[in-house]
Design a binder for this molecule. Structure first.
Ligand code: NAD
Length: 472
């Protein structure tokens, strides 16, 4: 039986939307328009290998919703990439952007390849050709559709994309804004690499700060001492683990595709990441127990489980065995619709992907704004602010007769760097969206944070159509 018949991320997302729509009075035609993918582009292109052989690769770019433009979403390189997956991921982007108030429609793209099987030269040819295909059909551009990194891609691929796009559009002054997640040298933004993991940290921190919610779960308030299991130590998983452990949580398990590590006394994430890079896995890591079948780690005892790899990981098969009180969906779609119903019945709190991994798109939005304005954040006001605060401190000193220490002065007059501003914007976005979502959950008297998130997103998307008079 094919994967599509067994499981469809798009159907799952549509199911979550339907659950939320029951709480709203939307015109059925409007709901249908919101749920469908607006444009689907699937294409095949040739790759010439180093030995002179050829293979045909399949790429996708799917734009789920044009209610706001440009559309935005990552590019995934994985052998699991197919139309259903990309449709589902594109749809999730729409709801995610609406929930965190980032003014984009949703999109996603991908190439169906195992990136580990290709060398750097092949990856460059694949990425540049993929970009050229998007350019031909106007499926990329700063005002049209702005890709970003996702599973299997990173700053390197984004650099190739922007370079290819600029080569085809030399007259376009905003060409750098055609893709985000670029290296800093290509006008990326300071903080984008770690943004999704940083956002996961802010989101979980907010969730565990609400006293009555923690009481209901039998947990104490705060991150200190919380036992956490992470699945996937890639970009999102690594930075989530790093910031969560720096805040006092204890990472007791890390699962990778080729084995996991379990250590109740706490795992040193920096040491494990370094070991993973050098040895391509955790086998032989000096501390903790190596777990061959890493999927089992998802059901080990912990307070918070953070799936940060791929979709379809917690299903009706393993949901009842989950011991975590909180699941923080750092990956897209790790908990299926059926699994969530089991988890909710067992009193587990699920912090949904559409909220928890929105840090990536939020900071991508800042990068896009920087590219359009052609100036880095803080550049104009930093010196001015420092001078203003220096004068203010001088006035306070004169008025009180007291003197600040040099350290106090340095701390108080320091102007904000691009990184400071990005972090501050990200934190504000994540904090506000969490409490909006949790408030909606309580007001509607529902258990699921995800349903609350979809309710808010649907309301915001619906208004865009209604204000145009397209639907009543
Ligand atoms: P990545 O490629 O950097 O990392 C993924 C990690 O998961 C890799 O280390 C990989 O080996 C591991 N992995 C793969 N299969 C696994 C398995 N079966 N069990 C355990 N580990 C496994 O990708 P990423 O960018 O960190 O993306 C991870 C997830 O986060 C995806 O669902 C992606 O859509 C989502 N996401 C990413 C971003 C971003 O900014 N990168 C933003 C939002 C959402």
């Amino acid at each position: 039986m094919s994967k599509k018949i067994e499981y469809s991320l798009f159907d799952d997302v549509s199911g979550f939307v339907d659950d939320a729509a029951k709480h709203l009075d939307l015109h059925p035609g409007l709901l249908d328009q919101i749920k469908q993918c607006n444009s689907i582009y699937k294409f095949n292109f040739p790759l010439r290998n180093d030995d002179g052989t050829y293979e045909t690769l399949t790429g996708y770019r799917i734009q789920h919703s044009h209610h706001k433009l440009p559309v935005k979403g990552g590019i995934r390189y994985s052998e699991h990439v197919d139309e259903e997956e990309v449709k589902g991921l594109a749809a999730l982007m729409t709801y995610k952007c609406a929930l965190v108030n980032v003014p984009f429609g949703g999109a996603k793209g991908g190439v169906s390849i195992d990136p580990l099987k290709y060398n750097e030269g092949q990856m460059e040819r694949i990425t540049r050709r993929y970009t050229a295909e998007l350019i031909k059909k106007k499926f990329i551009g700063p005002a049209i559709d702005v890709p970003a990194p996702d599973y299997g891609t990173g700053a390197r691929e984004m650099a190739w994309i922007v370079d290819t796009f600029e080569a085809f559009n030399p007259e376009l002054i905003n060409a750098k804004g055609a893709v985000t997640g670029k290296p800093l040298s290509q006008h990326g933004i300071d903080g984008r690499t770690e943004a999704t993991g940083q956002g996961v940290f802010f989101g979980i921190r907010e969730a565990v700060s609400v006293e009555d919610d923690m009481q209901a779960l039998g947990l104490t308030v705060g991150l200190k001492g919380k036992r956490i299991i992470i699945q996937g130590l890639g970009n999102v998983g690594y930075y989530s683990a790093k910031y969560l452990s720096e805040a006092g949580a204890k990472i007791v398990g890390v699962a990778e595709w080729n084995g996991g590590i379990w250590d109740e006394s706490g795992i040193d994430i920096e040491a494990l990441k370094t070991y993973q890079i050098e040895n391509k896995g955790f086998k032989g890591f000096k501390k903790g127990e190596f777990i061959k079948n890493s999927k089992e780690l998802l059901t080990y005892p912990c307070d918070i489980l953070v799936p940060a790899a791929l979709e379809n990981q917690i299903t009706k098969e393993n949901a009842a065995q989950i011991q975590a009180k909180i699941i923080g969906e750092a990956a897209n779609g790790p908990v299926t619709n059926e699994a969530e119903k089991i988890l909710l019945k067992n009193g587990v709190m699920v912090i949904p992907d559409m909220y928890l991994n929105a840090g990536g798109v939020t900071v991508s939005y800042f990068e896009w704004l920087k590219n359009l304005s052609r100036v880095s954040f803080g550049k104009l006001e930093k010196r001015y602010d420092m001078e203003k605060y220096r004068k203010l401190l001088g006035t306070i000193e004169n008025a009180t007769g007291e003197r600040f220490t040099d350290d106090e002065k340095d701390g108080l007059i320091k102007g904000a760097s691009e990184r400071d501003l990005v972090l501050s914007g990200l934190e504000e976005t994540m904090v506000t969206a969490y409490h909006d979502m949790n408030r909606t959950r309580k007001e509607k008297g529902i258990q699921s944070l995800r349903t609350a998130g979809f309710i808010l997103a649907l309301q915001r998307i619906a208004i865009s159509y209604m204000d145009l008079g397209i639907f009543p």
